[in-house]
Design a protein around this ligand. Sequence first.
Ligand code: TEU
Length: 502
Amino acid sequence: AQLGIDAIWLSPVCRSPQDDNGYDISDYRDIDPLFGNLNDMEELIAEGKKRNIRIILDLVLNHSSDEHPWFIEAKKSKENPYHDYYVWRDGVEGEYPNDMRAAFGGPAWEWVPELGQYYFHQFSVKQPDLNWDNPKLRQEIYDMILWWMDKGVGGFRLDVIDQIAKEPDRKITNNGPKLHDYIRELSANTFQKGDLITVGEAWGANTENAKLYSAPDGSEFSMVFQFEHVENGSGDYGKWTTEKYDFKEFKRIMIKWQEELQGKAWNSLFLGNHDQPRSVSRFGNDNPAYRETSAKMLATCLHMMQGTPYVYQGEELGMTNVYFDKLEDYRDIESINFFTELTESGLMTPEYIMKCLMLRSRDNARTPMQWDDSAQAGFTDGAPWIKVNPNYKEINAAQQLADPNSIFYYYQKLIRLRKEKDIIVYGGFEPLYRDNEQIFAYIRRLEQEKLLTVCNFSDKNAEMEIPEEFKGAECLITNLDRTVFEGKTVLKPYEAFVLYKK
Ligand code: TEU
């Protein structure tokens, strides 16, 4: 509430064996005892409402847990009414239906000897894919969503929703031919019956199909959550590389999404989430000399754009990667599986893949929230499930609440500005210095109003000229102590500011 946010997206909290941090649900209508129970959820929703904060649930509809009663039934026989809730292919042991691979390594097919069949799983073996071609399954899902809507949730985040219309025989995973029919049916039967915010996670989204995912007529979702800007910097083995991101490419992608969606679709603005490294470590600089300035700079660049900004827990404190250097400290199934797969196949040395994990593992963003400088960062008086980042003594909420210049209050101000100024939400977008190697700058315009955002993404000084039309403009926010905002100027490392003129 103090930060000024309007909604909290909770990672999955439904009952789950936790093979993939709750993205393997065994009961969609219950809360996992790790987190509490249904009464706690109802209380959270009610307390949120009092503060105008919506609770957004993470709906995992592409797959369930293999411990879900549907799957337990489905495995009993081919005639079982639940069998067709999942995706099966006849076969013989050891001869996979095809060579498709799962996102967490290994084949996308798992043999069930009792049935003489394989089931399809795009993620772990414990996450069998649901068969959306089955209308009974779809109806069960709608009923479950309506049940949650009845409980007063404020919205849903739809996990890998672009992958539900898979066609494994044609090796199609995302953007299958029936995808948008399924999404429209889902939306009409559920979301459109209430006052909800919906966000579709879509690794397969591009600026064209984003216009479907977030169609302004409301037939699909409120917005799309796409990854093109964070995928930049992937190597031969996807994200498992030590290469740094390419700033100019990043900027080109961010600009493309701003320009092409204007008036036609609605995007999510983010630099990190529970699947990404910490944003300040990846796109800023987590060296103590620059951590604060660069975290504020990144927040400025993102919050002045069009779209809905997402702040990942701890990002508002500038929390950094944890850089675990021992495999035993990792908990994430993706990290552990790839370490094993890439070392056993001899494709990478253990030393090299460890470097990749330190930079890219999802666990970097999954260490406990840093509340204060007491033991375990005030997160628990027990032993947390994953180690706390050792920098919690310097970086924590208590310390930042006591410092008026903290990253926390900077975020608070950015969020307030978005609510005060329509131009930030609705204004047109015009990039400046497209080819500059250090600066990301853009103008927003709404009728007579204009807004200039300038960000130095590098650890060096950067030269620029502030456009004449901003002469005498008001500075809305800045992360350093600049007082002159005219003419030729030199930006300090990671400096950022926003000018406004009417
Ligand atoms: O992520 C989708 C997804 O494709 C990721 O597994 C992605 O490949 C990986 O994170 C890149 O490092 C969603 C959830 O956000 C993720 O946490 C889940 O593991 C995944 O779906 C399966 O439900």
